[in-house]
Design a protein around this ligand. Sequence first.
Ligand code: BQF
Length: 293
Amino acid sequence: MQLIDGKIISEQIKAEIAKEVEEIVKKGGKKPHLAAILVGNDGASETYVAHKVKDCAQVGFTSTLLRFDNSISEEELINEIKKVNANPDIDGLIVQLPVPKHISDNKIIEAIDPAKDVDGFHPINVGRMVIGLPAYVSATPAGIIELLRRYKVPTAGKNCVVIGRSNIVGKPISNLLIQKADVGDATVTICHSRTENLKEVCSKADIIIAALGRAEFVTADMVKEGAVVIDVGITRVESQTTKSGFKLIGDVKFDEVAPKCSFITPVPGGVGPMTRVALLQNTLLASKKVIYK
Ligand code: BQF
């Protein structure tokens, strides 16, 4: 069993990005600039955004955190997004999800200029990704692909089972894995809460992507000997043993599944750090205008 270490790979990629930024600045160019919008004060969202701001500083990016009260209206928030869209100094914009219930995620996402949509959530970017055009790819799927690439995990012709059909992970990772690409050419089955015989379907998988959001859902009896298991789960539970007062639990029962695997990602330290670094990669692409002129 080989552990896929997302922490180490993400640190390597951050060093690569930092070096590139240094060169851009040395040639008189402008630092990549990410803007993040945070609405309200949800604990997990606060943590994620704080990480993103810190990551930007670490690689030499500029970042701007725009905070709004829970009471902001959908219209006002869209107006704020339009201001960022029109600001030529800002390369990338993310709106930390979830937004309060009175605001539509989809309307917010559609208000972002696709050329600044470094989360890759806008329908233009999703559509471009699906038909194989250059696009911002959402951070978690992009991070998973990068891990498979750097660990040389074979995907061509492999039977890959994705558990979960979210717009942010399940749907895009399934699309990426069927593409004609260095990491791709897989045979993909997408499973969800209405799938029948899930255990049997999973037991035939060469690669399992667990992205359903239920702690320790994938057990040893669902996993074939020698399978590759990618754990996207990040359920927060209270804990006395950590200084933050909580810990993260994956969608995979790691201790019993790991001995059966050829490769497995841990939680924490697997996919999560790669999600963070993929946002930086997209922001660098935005500042270099690689995808949109
Ligand atoms: C790790 C996210 C649900 C809803 C909104 C490292 C992250 C997580 C785990 C992280 C996530 C999940 C993010 C680990 C960003 C991933 O070591 O296991 C990093 O920061 N994530 C987000 O911004 O919004 C979310 C999940």
